[in-house]
Design a protein around this ligand. Structure first.
Ligand code: SDX
Length: 428
């Protein structure tokens, strides 16, 4: 049997053979199907891209039915167990696990770029104390494009490397400074002797002590959470990064748009929305009534459901295990009981089972962040820090892909037919 699709256009009786490659047909192959000679030809219509591949990628593989997630072929469970965030960021960006020498160089490159330009710190001072840290984050990343105009040399590999080092290294500093500004405390300078995650905790939580010492369990837990959030193929914010980057703008401006997409409560803002939902439910006894309201269509069970995973999100399983380790240190988060009861009910209730709604990466992560002392408004920022590596890797892959060009979808026009201008006096 040939890898082709034979299409009969019943409007003309003509048949067409269209090639099938990698389980897809090229949408542009449909343009030959015309009802009449001057017909522009068939298009596909796919709002929200439910069934449309926009690229070929070597970065992340997901099997939503089997709950499989692999970065460059390595199962997420093995990376969470054995790797670190910085090593995983290297893997996602460069495609291979680093040798010891490569990891040392990569770690030095990142460590030496953690500081922010003094004017960027002044820029951040301009925000109200209660500015949402994700709004501060995305606008500061956008401002980077004015501080590093060399980033416009997007086809110069050395320039791309320098922007990659700056972005991976500086996003934790932006996040920490946004947090410190929101609580009215002075910024903590990065400490180059600490690990990537240890230094992040240092910039967030160091008070008057000269040397910050993080709890190794919490530092490891945060590093695992960072590994789990690095990339997730063509999610909303990553496709925003690719779309914006396809106009050949610099990576900082593209990433400001990606961070804006991640901010939404249906995407990376869901971890914050989960905690607000658990607080609103308030107690285990209120769970049945809340679930009833969700099933009546009055709101969503935040942290549940996924466009691709129609089984348990493999990241949620790892996060749930990590939560137990964190709560050993911090004490159990009282909201955990409510979350566990919500999951118990949802996993057996026909409404959720029929819609294949399982806990996703955001359902338990917020409980850990809160137990570690983060305010809920910091949760999307904690998602954006590791996803920076994924956004950069996808952006560079798009840039170097000969099949890619500026993204410009088509539309079905359903507006008014041609009509003549009506002078103001004649308008009723
Ligand atoms: C992330 O794409 C990625 O990879 C994202 C991410 C990543 O790493 O980048 O994995 C991170 O964003 C995880 C998702 C976090 N968002 C949430 O937890 C918000 C709550 N979840 C939903 O809003 C929803 O499940 C989405 C947005 C995640 C997916 O939405 P879809 O695939 O567009 O599904 P849908 O909205 O078409 O829903 C299908 C049905 C609908 O019911 P019917 O209209 O058919 O009756 O399921 C229902 C929805 O109402 N539904 C839910 C629900 N999610 C879907 N009902 C109750 N609670 C929910 N959470």
């Amino acid at each position: 049997m040939a890898d082709t699709l034979t299409i009969t256009d019943n409007r003309t009786g003509k048949t067409y053979d269209v090639a099938i490659t990698d389980g897809t047909i090229k949408a542009t192959d449909l343009r030959q199907l015309k009802a009449v000679a001057d017909d522009p030809g068939l298009m596909t219509y796919d709002p929200a891209f439910m069934n449309t591949a926009n690229c070929r990628s070597r970065i992340t593989f997901i099997d939503g039915d089997k709950g499989i997630l692999e970065y460059r072929g390595y199962p997420i469970e093995q990376l969470a167990e054995h790797s670190t965030y910085l090593e995983t960021a290297y893997l996602i960006i460069f495609g291979e696990l680093p040798t010891a020498a490569q990891l040392q160089t990569w770690t030095n490159d990142i460590t030496l770029h953690t500081m922010l330009h003094e004017n960027i710190k002044k820029l951040m001072e301009g925000y109200q104390y209660d500015a949402h840290p994700m709004g501060v984050f995305l606008s500061t990343v956008g401002a980077f494009s004015t501080f590093y105009p060399d980033a416009k040399q997007i086809f110069d590999e050395q320039s791309r490397r320098k922007q990659i080092h700056r972005l991976v290294a500086k996003v934790p500093t932006i996040a920490a400074y946004a947090y410190r500004h929101s609580i009215g405390r002075p910024y903590n300078q990065p400490d180059n002797e600490l690990s990537f995650t240890g230094n992040f905790l240092n910039m967030l939580f160091r008070m008057t002590e000269l040397k910050y010492k993080s709890n190794p369990v919490l530092e490891k837990a945060l590093d695992v959470l960072f590994i789990l959030h690095v990339d997730h193929e063509q999610n909303c914010s990553t496709s925003a990064m690719r779309n914006i980057g396809s106009s050949h703008v610099d990576p900082y401006s593209a990433m400001a748009g990606a961070a804006a997409a991640l901010y939404g409560p249906l995407h990376g803002g869901a971890n914050e929305a989960v905690l607000r939902m658990l607080n609103e439910i308030g107690s285990v006894s209120n769970v049945p009534a809340f679930v009833k309201r969700v099933k009546a269509g009055e709101g969503r069970l935040m942290g549940f459901g996924h466009r691709i995973y129609k089984s348990y999100d493999p990241r949620a399983k790892i996060i749930k295990r990590t939560a137990d380790e964190v709560f050993e240190v911090t004490g159990k988060n009282p909201l955990l009981e409510i979350a566990i009861e919500l999951e118990r009910i949802a996993l057996q209730d026909e409404y959720f089972v029929s819609r294949k709604l399982y806990p996703n990466v955001d359902f338990y992560s917020g409980l850990i962040y809160q137990a570690m002392g983060f305010p809920v408004t910091m949760f999307p920022v904690l998602f954006a820090i590791p996803r920076t590596a994924g956004w950069i890797a996808q952006w560079e892959e798009m840039l170097l892909d000969p099949e890619q060009k500026i993204a410009r979808p088509r539309q079905i026009y359903i507006g008014s037919p041609k009509r003549d201008y009506v002078p103001l006096k004649k308008r009723t």
